[in-house]
Design a binder for this molecule. Sequence first.
Ligand code: C6P
Length: 412
Amino acid sequence: MKDPIHNYKADFPILNKDFQGEPRIYLDSAATSQKPQMVIDAISDFYCTNNANVHRGVGRMSQVATEKYEAARQTVADFINAPSSRNVVFTRSTTESLNWIATGYAAQVLKPDDEIIISVAEHHSNVIPWQQVAKQTGAKLVFVNLDTNGQIDLADFQKKLSAKTKIVSLNHISNVLGSINPIAKIAQLTHQFGAKLVVDAAQSAPHLKLDVQKLDADFLAFSGHKMLGPTGIGVLYGKMDVLEAMQPVQFGGEMIDEVSQQTATWQPVPIKFEAGTPNIVGAIGLAAAIDYLNQIGMDNIEKIEHKLVKQCLAELKQIDGITIYGPQNADQHTGVISFNLMGLHPHDVSTGLDLEGIEVRAGHHCAQPLMQYLGVESTVRASFYFYNTPADVQKLIEAIKTVKEFFEDGFA
Ligand code: C6P
């Protein structure tokens, strides 16, 4: 277990270096997180000492590679408290997981006039697969609104839930607002109508202790790269009944049981979904990332981020002409803060911050329906992780003030 005042940046080679000769503060972890040396070493060690394909050869290298790949699946299962490693399917990303759920499960069960409920705050990855499935099946896509804190409006949700609802698919944490949805409560309401709940945990898996059994989600999706792991590895968790009912979306080597000229049968869950050579080193890198997160403890990560958010919100609120979107109180907030400055375009603000050595994101954050709902085209978004420090927050605030003064003086 790491000491709570550990200098986390020291574990991340990229955070200890200048970028293009200048110091830089990384506040874009909601887009992708940085990687600790431990993860980089796990990837490099596998390629240097053990590289072989999995689930195929009887050779010892292949056997050890298979053991490591399956151990990584167990590490993920333990991290989210899944009943078994069989509930964990490796995918490429949250996006791929959600697409597979929509195509492999929902498209098989939905009928014309059935309803899928999502929210106005979903990432495009949790909108477009449902639009496609709705078109394909004749089901209707229904949008639930947000309350003043940027969370799912539970009254509106209950109004829209009905016997027609077959799928509810919602984010656990909004990638724009940082608001946390009460998933366990949403699951209880969803299940009263016999519908299935899909949770987009892309922004929660890196930051909160996830317990899929307590949340009672039927499906849950997240990406390795936002939680210190490499890109190209994602997770699709499912309860066994829905995974058994779900059809594979990709076909080929490894996922089959027997193949004849005209027919084929599948391996059991989860291998039936993992056609072809999987991202072996991605899974091993993700397991190393989880080991690192466990050394800190997800509770400590929450505490560190909560302090940063509290400091940042308090300081931002002192800036004239700022609009902060989402919850205004740090207790309901994770480390994602979106804002705009009156009269300034978010892209100009982020370019100004970039020149000040601060990496943030500006734009619609792949959530255009949310931008329409908020009545804006885009926002500036700063997103924190446990490796950020109070000094990083202070530098962000000073840089925002500098950028604001620059533009205001420029236009005076
Ligand atoms: N959000 C962001 O900057 P992928 O790209 O498949 O790893 O994750 C997609 C995704 C799905 N849901 C939510 C809530 C997300 O935040 C994301 C990724 C990044 O906000 C990149 S657009």
